[in-house]
Ligand binder design. Sequence first.
Ligand SMILES: [Zn+2]
Length: 279
Amino acid sequence: MQQSGRAKGIRRFVAGWGKTVLGRLVFGLGLGRRLLASRAVIVAFHRVQGQGPNDAMTMPTAQFREWCRFFQKHFRVVPLEGIVGKLERGEAFAGELAITFDDGYLDFQTEAVPVLASLGLPATVFAVSDYVGTDIRPWWDTAKAYPFMDWTQLGAVAAQGFAVGSHGKSHAAMDELTPAAALEELVVSKAVLEAGLGRPVVWYAYPYGHPEKMPEAARESVRQAGYRACLGYGGLIGPQASPFHLDRICVNDWFSTPSQFGGYLVVLYLRHLLGRIRE
Ligand SMILES: [Zn+2]
């Protein structure tokens, strides 16, 4: 049966409200960190703009600060190294969360970095090497153009201690490329970013993020190209996760509050536990 848009809207509201209550309860009691201690979380943002809008790609700066405070209060906010390094060494997690940004928009430097720096939080920005220092307007920026960082700006955030990773050469969908073209996206973007920044680039987040957009063979190419990790979208990161299948949770207007996000994490964790009991 087809659900009407209104029914869907009501369902989403109730589900969101339920997660908000759950998140407030669990995180309000300080239990979130303990409950999720064996898992790591990587969050993905795109843009932070002073007054908004608040949509799938963009978050107002004041709201971003609220989210960062929530992360700081309830997690150990670490650079990606703090999660990937533990997986590589087989060490247990202790409530780690890493903050990442995709696409390399200029507002990472002008809006997000001042908030992150003021709170002492690390983050990684994934840049598209063809976009750096250009006025390219990608197909998804329909309403207006948002500029990308140039080499000076990207170099400045790297010098401030923020990690720069690759988000591909041209933001091409990896599942639509030949294996040779996919490898080129990986190798060329890494080489161009490393030459432009004078620093090693070891993190890779594939464009569009959904697992079906990243063929298994291309993940192997990520390893061959010399990266230490491959990031897409998904849920919580378990202790046995492969660094080449790293899940991230997109933070956008889908979550109305950090508490709702907290409740969502609890639901993901409980679902995983239930799945294991059923097995
Ligand atoms: Zn992207």
